[in-house]
Design a binder for this molecule. Structure first.
Ligand code: 7PM
Length: 278
């Protein structure tokens, strides 16, 4: 399996890591926008040094209960960071956004991927991604970020999410997005109870039937906090366990905060998967 970015092609025969770069105003400093720009760029370059194969740059918090960000604010946050990371590294840079205007600005700044928690359902987003020729990650979310954790409800969580992703793949193909540029993601934590999240990981292999590379984001998430009763700062070991399980079940891209640790875990999985018969 390979993923065709406009500038490069990424080998997914062994799973790779997407490093998370958040660009959010720093409430602890009064240094203004330059501080958060520099912190995000430094963080992204550090993740590349650790071995990240893709950087995911986001300026809109999708945390449950988070307030929305305007188009102008989101562009002001992410575009300078995307431009600088594209200039200083050779890994594909992904824009974590739902808005068509941000997609266009991010691509002009060098992004070759769009990671959209709304799976390009916002008006104009599908067309913007198609005409930009970017790789797209289609993620499942039930409801909206502000309210999605109120009462998640499924008939069969794996089959419901599968049906949604199949429909979004069709929408992308109809809009002219090539199948070599589509990634799918069941969206851990997005409108799901703990049990829904555990069932999705248990049944992850079902999503391989979609025929597209599978991206999984479980790093430091509340499903780990709930099982281990640990705060976000103490969720690395739980995150590694779930990353290993996802890789064993066929995930090709792991979206993580802790790149070096995750890569060690994935290299051990790959060594076992790839050893020849004696
Ligand atoms: C608070 C709660 C802050 C949740 C951040 C988050 C995913 C994603 C996110 C994912 C894809 C996080 C999430 N999660 N994009 N964006 N898949 N494709 O933990 O699972 O990073 S935001």
């Amino acid at each position: 399996m390979r993923l065709e970015f406009s500038a490069a092609s990424l080998d997914l025969n062994d799973p790779v890591v997407m490093g998370i770069v958040n660009v959010t105003p720093d409430s602890f400093s009064d240094g203004g926008q330059f501080d958060s720009f520099q912190a995000a760029v430094d963080h992204g370059l550090g993740l590349v040094a650790e071995g990240a194969s893709i950087l995911d740059v986001g300026g809109e918090s999708t945390r449950p209960g988070a307030s929305a960000v305007t188009v102008e604010e989101e562009i002001a946050r992410v575009v300078p960071v995307i431009r600088e990371l594209t200039r200083q590294s050779s890994v594909p840079v992904s824009a974590d956004t739902s808005k068509p205007e941000v997609i266009e600005a991010a691509v002009a700044a060098g992004a070759t991927m769009v990671n959209d928690v709304r799976a390009l359902r916002q008006q104009g987003a599908l067309e913007a991604a198609a005409s930009a020729g970017v790789v797209v990650c289609l993620m499942h979310m039930q409801g909206q970020p502000r309210t999605m954790q109120a009462a998640p409800d499924y008939r069969d969580v794996v089959e419901d999410v599968y049906g949604f992703l199949a429909e979004r793949i069709e929408a992308c193909l109809s809009a002219g997005i090539d199948e070599s540029r589509i990634v799918v993601d069941p969206g851990f934590g997005f409108g799901k109870t703990l049990e829904h999240n555990l069932l999705l990981l248990q049944g992850l292999e079902r999503f391989l039937d979609l025929g597209m590379p599978l991206l999984v984001g479980v790093s430091r998430k509340s499903m780990i906090g709930a099982v281990l009763d640990k705060p976000v700062a103490d969720r690395l070991w739980g995150s590694l366990a779930l990353a290993v399980m996802a890789a064993e079940r066929g995930a090709r891209i792991l979206r993580v905060h802790d790149v070096a640790a995750t890569l060690d875990a994935l290299k051990m999985v790959a060594a076992v998967e790839n050893v020849g018969p004696q």
